[in-house]
Write a protein that binds this ligand. Structure first.
Ligand code: HEC
Ligand code: HEC
Length: 215
């Protein structure tokens, strides 16, 4: 138990015990999301690494309460499997994992295993079809306010990154918001921002987002 003054001083801070616990829980998640939460199978499993702690925790609660459907993850989020303390720990652990978008040059002193780890910690979103400059304009006008400059999210407001996320995953989620299976903006649940775009415009947005991690 932490002394009360520490709890007050450091309401949202994470201690080493949480991170240790998070690392252990991550062994379960890694089966699908990868050891470094880098996701895989071209977006079937989303990247989680570096997403805001509060965003990750919120999605886990939504899965657990079945407000967001996710059959593959259901057994891992039932209350017995993932109590609140574990949600806090795994979210904090995953949020602090840093992925690189470029593979560092080969260092001859490295052994094969170290190099393999580096490769797994590298995620670069391949370029997709679409008009990048149109996408950039749309992004800046309609999304940047919340998803941050260049799409890297806003941890203080629990808004996820869109840059560095698999394009196929983003498409799938936009479809879910459009069908009402997920709620995009809790403050304005009936907001239909994402319904206002046609396919060409969405393609442009995603084409732009796929370039952001190349810089
Ligand atoms: C059996 C495979 C599987 C396992 C194990 C698994 N996940 Fe997932 N997870 C998925 C799939 C599939 C999705 C995407 C669902 C969708 O398309 O909406 C997902 C989505 C998520 C999301 C939402 C991400 C976003 O950007 O919207 C979070 C957060 C998440 N998982 C966290 C975890 C954590 C933490 C664990 C370990 C406790 C875990 N997952 C274990 C398959 C899995
Ligand atoms: C008013 C703030 C706001 C604006 C503007 C906004 N978003 Fe979002 N977006 C959010 C929040 C908050 C979430 C997380 C919602 C949740 O819990 O599902 C989100 C989630 C998403 C996700 C799901 C990401 C994931 O990993 O699950 C996608 C895709 C997305 N937004 C796309 C867009 C696009 C494209 C635009 C611009 C056309 C946009 N958003 C504009 C606040 C916003």
């Amino acid at each position: 138990m932490k002394p009360w003054w520490l709890l007050l001083a450091c309401f949202a801070c994470v201690d080493a015990a949480d991170l240790d616990n998070g690392e252990e829980i991550n062994e379960v998640c890694a089966a699908c999301h990868g050891e470094f939460a880098q996701g895989g199978k071209d977006g079937e499993y989303p990247r989680l690494a570096g997403q805001p702690t509060e965003f990750i925790a919120k999605q886990l609660r939504l899965f657990r309460e079945r407000k967001r459907q996710n059959m593959p993850m259901l057994p891992h989020t039932e209350a017995r499997e993932l109590p609140d303390v574990d949600i806090v720990a795994i979210a904090a652990y995953i949020a602090q994992i840093k992925l690189s978008s470029k593979l560092p040059p080969l260092d001859k002193r490295m052994d094969a295993l170290q190099r393999l780890m580096q490769t797994k910690k590298t995620l670069n979103i391949p370029q997709t079809q679409g008009n990048v400059s149109q996408g950039q304009r749309l992004y800046n006008k309609e999304c940047r306010f919340c998803h941050g400059q260049k799409g890297w999210g806003n941890p203080a407001k629990a808004v996820p990154m869109l840059a560095g996320q698999y394009t196929a995953y983003l498409w799938r989620q936009v479809d879910k918001y459009r069908r009402g299976e997920r709620i995009h903006d809790e403050d304005e649940p009936n907001d239909e921002l994402l319904n206002d775009f046609n396919k060409i415009q969405l393609q442009a947005l995603f084409a732009y987002l796929a370039t952001v991690d190349d810089e």
